[in-house]
Design a protein. Structure first.
Ligand code: FES
Length: 115
């Protein structure tokens, strides 16, 4: 697993997100009202809507296209909907955010940090 620095916590507004472009596709990094951060693939499991443009509430995000609700912690759609966006590990250290990506994509990523 490779940890890459993806910016500062304060770069993301509360209840907002930013998108990190990676070889694996766009990853949406969310910050909720409690300053928790989550990283999900920026594709809704319904029809691929941009979750990064959704509404964050609690530990969930509502997709902007058809209002599916997705759990930020595990990427799973809230019942009765079924599907998973996929998540990535993310951690905050001294105000900086580090995203974990599978090692296979490391060579093309900037500022890679070996774990
Ligand atoms: S694409 Fe997200 S709810 Fe339909």
């Amino acid at each position: 697993m490779n940890w890459i620095e993806v910016g500062r916590l304060d770069d993301i507004p509360r209840l907002g997100s930013r998108v990190i472009a990676t070889e694996l596709g766009d990853i949406a990094v969310f910050r909720n009202a409690a300053d928790e951060v989550f990283a999900l693939r920026d594709r809704c499991p319904h029809r691929g809507g941009p979750l990064s443009q959704g509404i964050v509430h609690g530990r969930r995000v509502t997709c902007p296209l058809h209002n599916w609700v997705i759990e930020l912690a595990d990427g799973e759609a809230v019942a009765p909907d079924v599907g998973c966006a996929g998540t990535f590990e993310i951690r905050e250290e001294a105000g900086l955010l580090y995203l974990a990506l599978p090692a296979v994509s490391a060579p093309a990523l900037p500022a890679a940090m070996e774990d």
